[in-house]
Ligand binder design. Structure first.
Ligand code: SF4
Length: 215
């Protein structure tokens, strides 16, 4: 492996694909959702291929993201954030900076979806990668394998694991594994259809109907 962390944006900026100020569809409780831009894994059936390019997306400074999260916490009472993408660990250094900044001000849970396995992250020996692992309360790990998508729980396919790294969400283990855990929010933003959540079979059928791709 040639290294995980890479510089995708200038200064202290994070290359982002999208965000949602408040959602109850990608983890327990109300959450701020951040989708980062960039993933070279190219899983078959990836639900967000537009987030794969390393040069797309929008660069946002850690400070502007902190302000958005602080507003979300104040206005909606969000309990934490979920970071997905794209591959969050490419930008582990910036995400560590963001989470530290947030936690200086309030207690905030962190759930991270990554295509790497926890073993790969731990064996990387990269300081920022290990720091980000240590900051996460839950990591959902492993690449998405469409043949193993059983339409169950808060992971895309059955090879992926929901790993509790702290006790924060331990009482929510049933939620993560629930047969009815896949609830999705579909909406229009900037003229494009967006959705939040691990896509259920029904959501995939809607995406296939309204787009020219098959997921
Ligand atoms: S790891 Fe996630 S974002 Fe990357 S290609 Fe696979 S499904 Fe898509």
């Amino acid at each position: 492996m040639s290294g995980i962390v890479r510089k995708l944006a200038e200064g202290d900026c994070l290359l982002t694909a999208n965000y949602a100020n408040c959602s109850e569809y990608l983890g327990p409780h109300r959450r701020f959702i951040l989708w980062v831009q960039g993933c070279e894994r190219n899983c078959m059936g990836c639900i967000s291929p537009e987030m794969q390019s390393l040069t797309g997306g929008t660069a946002l400074s850690v400070e502007s993201l902190f302000n958005m999260i602080a507003d979300s916490h104040k206005i909606y009472g969000t309990e934490g954030m979920t970071i997905s993408g794209g591959e969050p660990f490419y930008q582990a250094d910036r995400l560590c900076g963001l989470i530290s900044r947030v936690r200086e001000h309030f207690d905030f849970g962190v759930i991270i979806y990554t295509g790497y396995t926890l073993d790969e992250l731990e064996k990387s020996g990269e300081e920022d990668v290990l720091r980000l692992v240590n900051m996460a309360d839950v990591i959902v790990d492993g690449e998405y394998i469409s043949e193993l998508d059983d339409d169950r729980g808060m992971r895309g396919s059955s090879n992926q694991r929901v790993i509790m790294l702290s006790d924060r969400y331990r009482s929510c283990e049933d939620y993560f594994d629930s047969l009815s855990g896949r609830k999705n929010h579909i909406y229009i933003k900037d003229g494009k259809m967006q959705f939040i959540g691990i896509p259920s079979g029904a959501t995939k059928r809607i995406i296939n109907l309204v787009s020219d791709r098959e997921v």
